[in-house]
Design a protein around this ligand. Structure first.
Ligand SMILES: O=P(O)(O)O[C@H]1O[C@H](CO)[C@@H](O)[C@H]1O
Ligand SMILES: O=c1cc[nH]c(=O)[nH]1
Length: 268
């Protein structure tokens, strides 16, 4: 049955869902990565498609921006549409000095300044964490070993290439622009525009890699609904330099993160 925000039937969506924030990124993923992708919902312009990848059904649905929006879509996916695994395909601002634009961060935890999750278990600060199997599979696909926090492995040598050997030349070129893959905590913030250098510095000292706006809500919702989740984000800008991707690049630079997500789906 359709929900207020997803105008589809449960069988229209796959158990495995890719979730970019940007609806136009969802359309691009459907058009360039999935086979036979069909539009299944477009309420409020938040588009969702279902197709296949390597013969397995996969959906892609945008989350919109921010924790409330992510919580709505993730809750409806897990609770009403039979979603089992949701992987956020995001962008994020690099906070730690080793990050470069185009790198990918697999979020092993999500700190947050949001009050949204503080009341879930009164008196307790929950740790927002991904599903271990998805985290481990994505890290392995990226070539990040158990004793490394990051890899500088380049796409040409990546095991992910095995899963996506059939990709078009255009997608190969896009992937070739991708950089290193890092595994570590992200900061999920309610604020995009904020003066908070002290907070950023302290978070970096505590090992935080990047800032974005949805991972903590996805992890908290998956925990509450019995689902599995992971966030894989491409670094779109750096908080410590002027370097930044354009809106168009933020829409289209997803090839490496999608490849890691699909490799993680393939292991389960
Ligand atoms: O590119 P997406 O996936 O939307 O992610 C990031 O970009 C948006 C801010 O520009 C926020 O949603 C943030 O989390
Ligand atoms: O939330 C976000 C996403 C990308 N870049 C940022 O600085 N913040």
């Amino acid at each position: 049955m359709p929900t207020p925000h997803i105008d589809a039937e449960p069988e229209d969506l796959a158990p495995d869902v890719l979730m970019p924030g940007d609806p136009r990124r969802a359309t691009r993923i459907a058009e360039t990565v999935l086979e036979d992708a069909k539009l299944v919902t477009e309420v409020r312009g938040i588009v969702g498609y279902t197709g296949t990848f390597d013969g397995r059904p996969v959906s892609v649905l945008a989350s919109g921006m921010g924790m409330p929006s992510m919580a709505i879509y993730a809750t409806e996916l897990f609770r009403f549409f039979g979603a089992r695994r949701v992987i956020r395909i995001g962008t994020a601002g690099g906070m730690a000095p080793q990050l470069k634009v185009g790198d990918v961060v697999i979020a092993s935890a999500a700190h947050t300044d949001s009050a949204m999750t503080t009341g879930l278990v009164p008196g307790v600060t929950l740790s927002h964490a991904p599903n271990y199997a998805l985290l481990s599979a994505a890290a392995t696909a990226a070539g990040v070993g158990p004793h490394q926090s990051a890899t500088t492995q380049r796409p040409g040598a990546s095991p992910v290439g095995d899963e996506t050997r059939q990709v078009s030349q255009q997608r190969r070129r896009r992937r070739a622009r991708s950089g290193a893959v890092h595994v570590g905590p992200v900061f999920t913030s309610d604020l995009f525009y904020a003066e908070r250098q002290g907070t950023i510095d302290a978070l970096v000292r505590h090992g935080t890699l990047a800032v974005e706006m949805e991972a903590a809500a996805l992890y908290a919702t998956a925990a509450a609904e019995g689902g599995q989740a992971l966030a894989v984000c491409t670094i779109s800008d750096l908080l410590f330099s002027e370097e930044s991707l354009t809106a168009g690049q933020r829409e289209s630079l997803f090839d490496r993160s999608v490849a890691l997500a699909l490799a993680a789906f393939a292991t389960g």
